[in-house]
Design a protein. Structure first.
Length: 445
């Protein structure tokens, strides 16, 4: 390692880019404009994430809206709740095909998805069991990439084959996720590995809980809450990091499995899908550091310590608060909070939900006091999703993989749209700032 440290010091000598150069060349760092809005890179039918309006060039906070194919997510979720039915499969159909399915179309599609969950022969033994991973996200990416070798038509980019591969991956990913988790707990944690057979006809949410729980038992309320989570995480516009990754890779002409494996790698990052784990860990710090969880002054004081890097994980971040687009509210957080609280009432989790509600209430004021910034800060979906998953007895190491299982729907819709509308490789420019200099022979260096 000493040699590596020396090489790192050598790297630091010649590779620093002064921050002022980004401003002088008007560089869109992170593909963001100076006002924080995203640089427009394309057009899409699939999703609109609306979180503010521009009033004479300045952001004006508004209630957030998440719109799938022109339909507000609130209307989709509320209808499924009212009718006590599962909605994720309907959302997948809507995102990919562009229209709500009829009853018959939905039944046929749900059956197709159920029939597509089986993995290829020997895939589990060769690709999951024989190569355990301590991180399920990495195992998902590797497994998706490995499915290329089990597909005779892996390079066929026709619409029919792309549709088949995408729908199969949406159906198979939860199966791979649970199996990878079971291998992980057996190999690394010394626990028993329990593998259940698939139950035909189950919804995606029922399938996940059935495969994951040792006794296979779950309530209808638990399955419907997980179904809501799946619907909320299925898509979030073409500009989010993992979806943009998928579109960038797709634009190069690479195969289906490579594009989706890259998207999974992006989602793993703590600045993206991995944020839900950090929120859950932050809650643990708060539970230990706050004596009275209902005392607003004490909670606010602890939040100040987090911002000042005196508490929490030392990053100065209050996880679950703030969003790149949403300003006044994140509709996913509002839906999740409302429906999760119903299931939490009267349980050990009720007090934790109330504590998170105080985090949502107090953070904007605390942020203004500590940072002196009065910008609008709202809760995002990660504030509540981690606790919801714990309430559903989902292990922490599956929080982000579960996100990936849901987001496969959005990735699929965007990959197919990119393939059949754009047909141009995505290639942004970088400003070269190195000065020209002559080559020096090695004897004179």
């Amino acid at each position: 390692m000493e040699a590596i440290k020396n090489l790192c010091e050598e790297y630091k000598k010649y590779n620093h880019i002064p921050s002022e150069l980004y401003e002088s060349f008007d560089i869109k760092r992170g593909l963001r404009n100076q006002d924080g809005t995203g640089v427009l890179a394309g057009l899409t039918h699939i999703c609109n994430v609306h979180g503010y309006v521009l009033n004479e060039g300045e952001k004006e906070p508004v209630d957030g809206q998440l719109i799938y194919r022109g339909i507000n997510i609130n209307d989709i979720v509320s209808n499924c709740i009212a009718e006590k039915r599962f909605g994720f499969e309907e959302v997948v159909y809507l995102l990919i095909f562009g229209n709500l399915p009829t009853q018959k179309q939905l039944e046929q599609f749900t059956q197709l998805m159920s029939e597509s969950r089986e993995l290829p022969p020997n895939f589990f033994e060769d690709m999951v069991l024989k190569a355990p991973s301590n991180n399920v996200m990495n195992k998902l990416a590797r497994s998706v990439l490995a499915l290329y070798s089990y597909d005779e038509d892996a390079e066929d980019a026709s619409l029919e084959q792309e549709m088949r591969k995408s729908l199969q991956l949406i159906a198979r990913l939860p199966n791979i996720m649970v199996k990878a988790h079971q291998v992980k707990v057996s190999h690394y944690d010394g626990k028993s590995m329990v593998l259940h057979p698939l139950v035909p006809g189950q919804s995606m949410a029922e399938n996940i809980l059935s495969l994951l729980r040792l006794d296979r038992e779950f309530t209808p309320e638990e399955a419907r809450l997980l179904d809501i989570c799946l619907m909320l995480h299925a898509e979030h516009g073409g500009g989010n990091n993992s979806t943009f990754t998928c579109r960038v890779l797709t634009s190069s002409g690479t195969d289906t499995y490579s594009a989706y494996a890259g998207a999974i790698g992006s989602l793993k990052g703590f600045r993206h899908g991995g944020a839900n784990i950090n929120t859950s860990r932050m809650l643990s710090f708060m539970k230990e550091g706050i004596h009275n969880w209902e005392d607003e002054d004490e909670v606010a004081g602890f939040l100040k310590k987090i911002l000042l890097k005196q508490a929490g994980d030392g990053t100065g971040l209050i996880y679950g608060m703030g969003h790149a687009v949403y300003t006044k509210s994140d509709p996913r957080a509002l839906i999740l909070r409302e429906n999760a609280m119903k299931l939490a009432q009267g349980t050990e989790y009720e007090a934790e939900f109330k504590l998170l509600s105080l985090v949502e209430k107090l953070t904007p004021q605390v942020f203004m006091e500590v940072k002196g910034d009065c910008k609008s800060v709202c809760a995002n979906v990660d504030l509540y999703s981690g606790l919801v998953y714990r309430m559903l007895k989902i292990p922490e190491d599956l929080f982000t993989p579960l996100f990936a299982c849901s987001r496969m729907a959005g990735w699929s819709a965007h990959r197919i749209e990119e393939m059949y509308n754009n047909n141009r490789i995505i290639r942004p420019a970088y400003k070269a700032i190195a000065r020209k200099r002559p080559y020096v022979p090695i004897s004179k260096r």
